[in-house]
Write a protein that binds this ligand. Sequence first.
Ligand code: FAD
Ligand code: SIN
Length: 515
Amino acid sequence: MKTHLLIIGSGVAGLTLAVKYAEAFPKKNITIVTKGDEDESNTKYAQGGVAVVLDYKTDSFQKHIEDTLIAGDGLCNKAVVNMVITEGPKRLKELMVWGAQFDVNQTGKLDLGKEGGHSQNRVVHYKDITGYEIERALLARVHQLKNISILAYHFAIDLITEHQLKLVSKNINCFGAYVLHQKTGEILTIQADNTVLASGGIGRLYGHTTNPTIATGDGIAMAYRAKARIKDMEFVQFHPTALCTNREGSAFLISEAVRGFGAYLRTKDGNRFMPNYDVRAELASRDIVSQSIDTELKKTRDSCVYLDCTHLNIEGFKHHFPNIYKTCLDNNIDIGKDWIPVVPASHYVCGGIEVDVDGKTSITNLFACGECSRTGLHGANRLASNSLLEALVYAHSIFEYLCKNLVSVKEQMLPFWDDKGTSIPKEHILIIHNLKKLQTLMRDYVGIVRSDNQLLKATKQLDIIHKEVEELYKTSKVTTTLCELRNMVNVAHLIIGQSLKRKQNKGGFFNVNNI
Ligand code: FAD
Ligand code: SIN
């Protein structure tokens, strides 16, 4: 199969780029492959909103830039921060032209929420389901464009580079990807002039996460195996306030915007502890709030802390956060009377596939966009609601680069997927068992607070899992779960390895041996 532009992933990053490219080049075809339902993504669950400077009376680009740099703890790329923040309003407007709705206030202007680390109200939102609305609007636009094919339930297994062609070259080129049709088991060889990884985050490496099941770091692992540069993987962001329940699986998020609305964090005995850690109290940046909760939980030996909304305007709360209000009620929590039990959960990866300002990776004809990329915007800790913004801005940067560099890549005879000598994996239990082991080791040894000793233990345990999984992969016909596990093992290796190399605590990275 041949396509001009192959996009792996159908979240905000992939869909935005697809729409722009398809509108500008109606004669070129775009193929989006996505491994589940077409809307399943981290994007769909985004709550707080998109951070954009709109109210020039109280806010300014400079203030948003400062807040981003402070949150990033000295490791942001200032030129990138400047570019992303000043582009924000234009990209938001575009999204609205495509049909995305955002809440307005009584004066008819966009309503601006507040989140941790922001000195001003600047978070544009649609209730507390902003991501759902953005995904809806983008998919609706995609469906109107005849030159985009969206292949749901198609799992990208690996990129095709010189390695698969058995060629030796100094410069690595990407020719497309091998893609598993998840319903038939067939493996497609998709040849593309340009390939874009827009495959999202890594939350599932930790059993306890705000991310849906698709977040298994596939794009980062594929790029790593293809020898692209991967950076800053030690900066895994833990969201301070995931709803604490006894259920396994994805944790429901209680948006940071709830603290922006005035909620307090308390220990079980009512102590409002955040003012002891930071003058911004509950609205300190996410790294500080999560680390403070971790400290409190270690002191008290409790399993959660609480968000207290009882002093807030409950009608106003219901209006802004209807989904959170309802989900709490479904869990027998009446936020007008009860405190919400919350605990940090893995949420976002600040690092990823290194890209330049055009979204180019270190591999020719391969781009990365959105959460799987590492642009330099976030440094050591992402400022809340800067992720959707980053994806919108970088989708535009890649689009602009492609407009100026419209070259068709030389035809190549790509080899078909070779699975001779493999059989259907019989030992599914091995996949489940190793996934559990991986998630346990990431939770226990590679969490909010790390140590050299724990990281070395994690390395040893990961080596054992790696051997078993590679053995299984070499002898089995590929399945989605097996590929995902293999990818998660690769990503865990990157997080642990890069954590061991970092000798200074910064932002979301804290190793007790670095004190
Ligand atoms: P995603 O939206 O995750 O999309 C990735 C896509 O790639 C999916 O379609 C997936 O199926 C596909 N994919 C992955 N691997 C493969 C493969 N091997 N083959 C084929 N397809 C594949 N950020 C903000 O800025 N503001 C917020 O308010 C906010 N709230 C959040 C709330 C929650 C609960 C979560 C989880 C995240 C939140 N974030 C927020 C972060 C933000 O939503 C994500 O970082 C952003 O949406 C990522 O977009 P993306 O397009 O890069 O990836
Ligand atoms: C939230 O609503 O708290 C999530 C915001 C984000 O991850 O940027």
